[in-house]
Structure formats: C-alpha cells, structure tokens
Design a protein around this ligand. Structure first.
Ligand code: ADP
Length: 393
C-alpha cells in the first residue's frame, strides 16, 4: 500500500535549514499538495521522498518500509517534473516505454502497458509521432504516461504544469485529478500556486520557511487557518488583515470597532484581525449577513471589474475625523468583492459592514489563530483548540 510517512524529516545545507522536522502521514491513494512561497522547502521535501536528496535527520517511509537511505531506483515511485525532457530522437511510444525497456520488461508486457497508459492520457494514435510534433500539453501527457507505465506505489510531481499556458494548465489540472482518482495512486504534488493546490488536493500541506504550518483539507485551511501566514497565503484575493486591540467586549481597529462575544480572556491583547473580501458587504446589498457588525463609512478608492465580480478597494474613514491625510492608499485599505452590477463609483463614500461570524483573530505577537468568529464564545474556543491539535500533528 502506497502510504508515505515523513517523520521529523529535516534537510540542512550548512547553516540553511531547508526543511525543519516535517511530519506528514500521507494515506494510500491520497492526493497531497505541498504548497508555499518560493524557497520554502517544497521541492526539497519532495526530493527526500524520491531519494534524490537524503535527509540530514528524520526518516522517510514508503508503503511501510523505511527508505530513508535508499536510492531513487529502489523506491517504488515515478516522478513528473516541470521540464518534461522527452528524448527528441525517440517517438512517443519509445519515450513512454523507455524506463520499462531499461528494466528488461518483455515486449508483450511493454506493449500492454504503453497502450493502457496512452489511452489513459488520450494519446492513442500519436504513438509514432516525435516530440517536436506535439503541443506543450501533449508533451506533458507523454511525461505523465511515462510515469504511469511504471505502475508505481507513489507519484511525485514537481510543478508539472508550470510551463503551460493558463488555459491548458487549468485543463491539465482536471486531467491529472481524474487520472489520479481513477488509478488510485498516492500522489505528492508540489506547487507554489495556492489555487492549484486548493482545486486539486485531498489535503494541502502549507510550508513556510521550511516549517509545516497546517496539513488539512483545502476548505479547512481556508475557513480555519491555524495562523496568519496560512490565512493570508490561502485564498485569492487575499484576506484583509488589520491591527487591533481587544477589550472585554470589543476589538478596536484603526477606523472601526467590532463587538465580540469571546469573553474577557484576551482583554488588552494586541491582535491581528482578518476578514476575507467576500465577508465584507455594502449596507443595503441583498445578502447582508444576520451577524453583521455595526456599519462604518469608507471611500471607494479603486474599482477593478474581473467579470463575475468586482474588486472594490475601500479606505475606511474615521467617524470623528475629516482628516484628508487618512485618505488614499494606506495599509488599512479594505478589499471587498461586490456584485458587478452594484451602482457605485470611485471616490464615493459608502457604508460598510463585516460579517462578525467570519472574522478571524490572530495573536499579534505569535500570529497563531485565537478565533474564527466573533459571535459565539463556545464555538470559538472549540475551533481554537482544534487548530492547536492540527498544529501539533
Ligand atoms: P521551494 O521548492 O519551496 O522553492 P527549495 O526546497 O528548492 O524551495 O529550497 C528550500 C531552501 O533550501 C532554499 O532556501 C534554497 O535556497 C535552499 N537549498 C535548496 N537546495 C540547496 C542546495 N543544494 N544547497 C544549498 N541550499 C539549497
């Protein structure tokens, strides 16, 4: 069974800790995405699963076997990279079957597997073409077919779609997902693109500076981010985040105040307050939430129509101040997604409310999540506790 375990797996290069004691248990047949900003340690983690890089400490298990020091050829894995590197002088058939021929499989078995793999990635009828006669997407499919014919326990993919144009990338995402589900092969997939990770994976492992932040299903990371880093990395456009100070019943932000029902535990705590653009509303819009905050005024700075919605960048106005210095693009700009038919213009003043049930609170010092709603005390504590459990996994 193709489960993969990383146990305190660490990679150090002199004084750089590329991957710092990562623990992940990937189930048999699971699709796990490693995601994070460039240089966070995703590829190094994948390379330690493949055997291309050996860990400095910790272990790697594949299918119940400790393979920490095994070379790649002795691990039951297939890899797909960003650069497909097909052999230009071989046709599609020869490219797909290369690994099997190298391992002396008999001709009949090779033909059977190539035919099956070509059918799976829809390359039938193209087996005698040379790579130069294929489009980028078709070449990538040859790369995937070459990985499939090995019939491995585990697929390892490192940004396999990064070189494709945007439309083809979205199409190939669906193809890889469908293929992975049909074949049921455990897959570890590296991407820096949070949207790709969100749409493809059963679970995403978010890494920052070599450290695993959260490993959970995509929507859990979106709705219950364990810390401010995950909150702002997952979701597009990004979550709005402001500084605030908590008192017993409210949180004071630079331009407005939010009532909370979290109790007095965090009285005086400096917090970071997060709210996603879709959880902010203009007063009077049809879908105003039942758990809305008090309204406050904001000036529309910029409107960006993107088709099915419009991004409105608002500058909250301090009720007691007419100070024009507070206007303009500053750190407290609030991004709101609104219906494209909404009748507002740039420079207009609008009334805004937030959904208090969707406000995230993070500790101002550590960035760790305190709550994912301001509405109910008990629900908050439960969520904060379960976030802790995820972190210590
Ligand atoms: P990602 O895939 O997330 O972009 P990497 O895993 O490639 O990140 O790199 C993680 C960190 O390790 C980076 O700081 C990178 O510079 C460092 N690193 C990676 N490979 C080496 C190496 N061979 N020698 C020294 N430092 C390395």
């Amino acid at each position: 069974m193709g489960h993969v375990n990383l146990n305190n797996t660490t990679k150090r290069y002199d004084d750089v800790v590329a991957v710092d004691e990562i623990n992940i248990e990937i189930e048999d047949g699971e699709f796990l995405c490693l995601v994070g900003p460039s240089g966070c340690g995703k590829s190094t983690t994948l390379e330690m699963v493949s055997g291309l890089t050996l860990p400095s400490s910790g272990t790697v298990e594949i299918a119940g076997e400790d393979v920490t020091n095994e070379p790649p050829k002795d691990r039951d894995i297939s890899m797909v990279f960003q650069n497909i590197a097909l052999f230009p002088h071989m046709d599609v058939d020869e490219n797909i079957s290369f690994g099997l021929r190298l391992r002396d499989f008999d001709k009949e078995e090779i033909d059977r597997r190539v035919e099956k793999a070509a059918k799976t990635v829809q390359l039938q009828g193209m087996l005698d073409r040379s790579p130069s006669e294929l489009s980028g997407g078709q070449q990538q499919r040859v790369g995937i077919a070459r990985a499939i014919v090995r019939e491995p326990e585990v697929f390892l993919m490192d940004e396999p779609l990064a070189n494709l144009d945007a439309k083809l990338r979205v199409h190939m995402r669906t193809e890889i997902q469908r293929l992975q589900k049909n074949l049921g092969i455990t897959t570890v997939y590296v991407t820096h693109d949070q949207e790709e990770a969100m749409t493809m994976a059963d679970r995403i492992a978010i890494i920052n500076k070599g450290t695993l932040q959260q490993c959970a299903p995509p929507l859990e990371c979106y709705n219950q981010p364990v810390n401010e880093f995950v909150a702002s990395f997952i979701g597009s456009p990004s979550m709005n985040i402001f500084d605030g100070t908590m008192s017993e019943e409210a949180i004071d932000l630079e331009h407005f105040r939010l009532q909370h029902a979290l109790g007095a535990d965090h009285d005086g705590t400096d917090v970071r307050v997060g709210i996603r653009p879709e959880d902010v509303y203009l007063v009077g819009s049809e879908d105003e939430p039942a758990t809305s905050s008090a309204s406050f005024e904001a000036v529309v700075d910029v409107l960006e129509p993107v088709g099915d919605q419009t991004y409105a960048y608002l500058v909250p106005v301090t009720a007691s101040s007419d100070d024009p210095e507070l206007m303009g693009k500053d750190a407290s700009e609030l991004l709101v997604t609104i219906d494209p038919d909404t009748d507002i213009d740039e420079d207009e003043t609008v009334e805004v409310i937030l959904d208090r049930d969707k406000v995230h609170l993070f500790d101002g010092a550590t960035g760790d999540a305190i709550a994912h709603s301001l509405v109910e005390q008990i629900a908050m504590e439960t969520e904060a506790d379960s976030s802790e459990e995820i972190r210590s996994d």
